[in-house]
Ligand binder design. Sequence first.
Ligand SMILES: *[C@@H]1O[C@H](CO)[C@@H](O)[C@H](O)[C@H]1NC(C)=O
Ligand SMILES: *[C@@H]1O[C@H](CO)[C@@H](O)[C@H](O)[C@H]1NC(C)=O
Ligand SMILES: *[C@@H]1O[C@H](CO)[C@@H](O)[C@H](O)[C@H]1NC(C)=O
Ligand SMILES: *[C@@H]1O[C@H](CO)[C@@H](O)[C@H](O)[C@H]1NC(C)=O
Ligand SMILES: *[C@@H]1O[C@H](CO)[C@@H](O)[C@H](O)[C@H]1NC(C)=O
Ligand SMILES: *[C@@H]1O[C@H](CO)[C@@H](O)[C@H](O)[C@H]1NC(C)=O
Ligand SMILES: *[C@@H]1O[C@H](CO)[C@@H](O)[C@H](O)[C@H]1NC(C)=O
Ligand SMILES: *[C@@H]1O[C@H](CO)[C@@H](O)[C@H](O)[C@H]1NC(C)=O
Ligand SMILES: *[C@@H]1O[C@H](CO)[C@@H](O)[C@H](O)[C@H]1NC(C)=O
Ligand SMILES: *[C@@H]1O[C@H](CO)[C@@H](O)[C@H](O)[C@H]1NC(C)=O
Length: 782
Amino acid sequence: MAILPPLTIVLSMLFFLNKASNATADTITQSQSLQDGETLVSEGGSFELGFFTPGSSTNNSANRYIGIWYKNVPIRTVVWVANRDNPINDNSSVLSITKDGQLLLLNGNNAVLWSTNATTTKISFTPVAQLLDTGNLVVRDEKDKNPENYFWQSFDYPSDTFLPGMKLGWDFRTGLNRRLTAWRNWDDPSPGDYTSGMEPNNNPETMTWKGSKKYYRIGPFDGIEFSGSPSLKYNLIINYTYVFNKNELYTAYFINDKSVISRIVLNQTIYAQQRWTWDKDSESWRSSNSLPGDYCDDYNLCGAFGMCVVNQSPVCRCLDGFKAKSPESWNVMDWSQGCVRSGNWSCRENGKDGFVKFSNMKVPDTTRSWLNESMTLEDCRAKCFENCSCTAFANSDIRGEGSGCAIWFGDLLDLRQIQNGGQDLYVRQPVSQTGTKHNNDDKIIEDFEVPLLDFALIVEATNDFSSNNKLGEGGFGPVYKGILPDKQEIAVKRLSRTSNQGLNEFMNEVKLCTKLQHRNLVKVLGCSIRQDEKLLVYEYMPNRSLDFFLFDPTQAKQLDWSKRLFIINGIARGLLYLHQDSRLRIIHRDLKASNILLDNEMNPKISDFGLARLCGSNQNEGNTSKVVGTYGYMAPEYAFDGIFSIKSDVFSFGILLLEIVSGKKNSGISHFDNNNNLIAHAWRLWKEGNPIQLIDSYIEDSCILYEALRCIHVGLLCVQHRPNERPNMATVIMMLSNQNPLPEPKEPNFLIEKILIDGETYSTKEKLSTTNELTISILSPR
Ligand SMILES: *[C@@H]1O[C@H](CO)[C@@H](O)[C@H](O)[C@H]1NC(C)=O
Ligand SMILES: *[C@@H]1O[C@H](CO)[C@@H](O)[C@H](O)[C@H]1NC(C)=O
Ligand SMILES: *[C@@H]1O[C@H](CO)[C@@H](O)[C@H](O)[C@H]1NC(C)=O
Ligand SMILES: *[C@@H]1O[C@H](CO)[C@@H](O)[C@H](O)[C@H]1NC(C)=O
Ligand SMILES: *[C@@H]1O[C@H](CO)[C@@H](O)[C@H](O)[C@H]1NC(C)=O
Ligand SMILES: *[C@@H]1O[C@H](CO)[C@@H](O)[C@H](O)[C@H]1NC(C)=O
Ligand SMILES: *[C@@H]1O[C@H](CO)[C@@H](O)[C@H](O)[C@H]1NC(C)=O
Ligand SMILES: *[C@@H]1O[C@H](CO)[C@@H](O)[C@H](O)[C@H]1NC(C)=O
Ligand SMILES: *[C@@H]1O[C@H](CO)[C@@H](O)[C@H](O)[C@H]1NC(C)=O
Ligand SMILES: *[C@@H]1O[C@H](CO)[C@@H](O)[C@H](O)[C@H]1NC(C)=O
């Protein structure tokens, strides 16, 4: 190596000296302020305070903030920011302390960028600002170290990080409300719309908000933990406290092992509250807990008197003795309107009023509630019974036999079951309901006639199936746009005449399809029949289909990441409904991008569902002599052996996931090197540890990397070779909605396309005569 020029040596020595001279200072005094480039280090060396630029920018004169970060963690991790709203745009600013104890951040022109506003009534004192080893920046009298006498402390004004020893909640004496506010994103510390704090209800609870809307409720403290967060239990290292009296309401935690570095952060990128713990071996932060944890944690997902059970499908049900308020919306999995009492209830009337116990419950929202910590459960019941607006009661402290009384008035909101956790909740009910078990899952679908539309009317609406009206050609025949006399726009599928199904059978199946209603399925409006011509009539979708956007360079830009994720989740829910929730167990068999239609709000709607049933043969067996499907989306067992199951749909869904993330068609070989198809390409990148490369360049800016990678991971799990190794749709939805670790995918059978083309190992002599995008029917040699 060349000898360094002397100037550099001098400069770096100066730098070193400069650093060394400051390394011991943890205090700002009247005579010693803090300039950009200098830092305070806490006495034990745990935390450092100074100027920084967030994100990866190395420009030391742009977006400067004063912050506190860990001194002994090599990845700079900022836990507190002073001037969140007011970045400094040069490196000439100074943090100093005034004679009356205010911290002031002044820029080069002596304008105040940030200040502490602390006031004191003390007459004679010498204020200093000290960075404590807990990460707390405090302003105190030089001679007074009593925490009770701090004039100001940064722990009272948290940013996005909840540190050990910090209090989150209220000081009623001063009106101070300490709550967390997320950074807008990872390189912008200005306050986001995701916040967390304590609600000072009669029975206080911890809550997170998205804007002004409740987002996830951690719940009231039950003596051991917060009702909705079972993971706090039995933790030997972390010790939680909860204080509620006339002066204060707060929660705090302490870490018993001094060598453990751990923090809780509100993360707006993924709208989650995460606990991160520093892993010294791998020199990285590990997330050990993330809330909300699953689908049921969505605030009030199931509406009033509805209960969420995460491993059930659908996840929402009405409490026993209640029924859906709006059966129509409940049936299409919009549960927001909740449930109402189903029986006759008469308050306090003997033989008509009682309580039913529900176990393992997260207790309801406590906005309208009441608490007495010294009452017994019996007294609690009596207290609730005597007031007709009381709807439920429970012990407020579940330790030991349980004690205390919490009661709720009016609608019970945000109820869920917690596996291996939660507590008993007693809900008021008509006595006739108590003791009996009602199955609320199974009901609602009312029998209605299939609208049989006049054939002549359809002919007119479509201009006699004019080629100008043709929207496309699907697997079972061409589709036309039509306009009914009342101006309603429709899509008409003219079924090919190959089916030899009887009329009644056809009508029965159309009837089934019109009953399949879900916001992610295209609505079947009815059918029309003349002699051997059969028409299916759907709602018209103005925004075409997913393939139109996804695979077209000019349109793909319109689908940013959040739209894509929204579409993925919609398709998953629609497919789950077909497989599981509709009671009919429909296997789609031809799921592909061109069958995903988009409405004017870009809601994805699966189309052509049930068509395999309507038009194919042997539909009730998992074994068919005629393979219907689309090249590129077919599961190997289906393509080779004609065996279809919900897992062959899951395979197609996996392909769709990879296509949506990558913006590439599975069947378009030419996109990739080495003659790979999309699955092979994705698998290769995955094995090389480089799945990021798969992400569509059009979403590079909008994409939340973590989510996109998770989608690729789930996609690869869906396309695994063996059907029983693929997750079902309920699991897929769970995987997409939480952050639990996923199993490592096994190698998919990406050779399928090659084999099909070569025709070598394919068991039939038939050659595939098809273009990539057409739905194909292969006659197998059975
Ligand atoms: C750094 O940021 C400042 C303020 O935004 C800007 O004026 C300057 O050009 C930037 N310097 C570099 C090297 O990007
Ligand atoms: C302040 O910024 C200027 C221009 O970017 C740079 O030359 C100077 O060294 C910086 N001073 C400090 C103390 O970082
Ligand atoms: C200090 O007070 C000013 C004026 O009331 C206000 O704009 C500013 O946000 C306050 N700063 C802090 C840190 O509370
Ligand atoms: C938010 O979470 C994502 C995914 O876990 C992570 O990559 C990111 O760094 C987190 N942001 C913050 C501010 O912790
Ligand atoms: C929890 O921490 C507090 C404060 O350090 C301490 O007073 C209390 O005894 C601890 N409790 C347990 C169970 O460790
Ligand atoms: C409710 O009460 C009314 C009038 O007392 C009665 O006609 C009706 O059958 C009752 N309904 C049920 C479900 O018990
Ligand atoms: C709480 O219950 C106890 C025991 O029943 C009673 O003595 C006390 O007055 C109640 N407190 C309130 C505020 O109702
Ligand atoms: C029942 O409780 C509600 C809510 O606390 C209260 O407003 C109402 O006055 C109570 N009614 C009776 C009869 O005690
Ligand atoms: C398609 O959806 C977009 C929203 O992304 C909307 O602005 C547009 O109007 C829709 N197009 C049609 C034809 O409805
Ligand atoms: C499919 O049908 C054939 C002939 O009916 C039968 O031999 C075979 O066992 C069936 N396969 C499955 C998986 O049901």
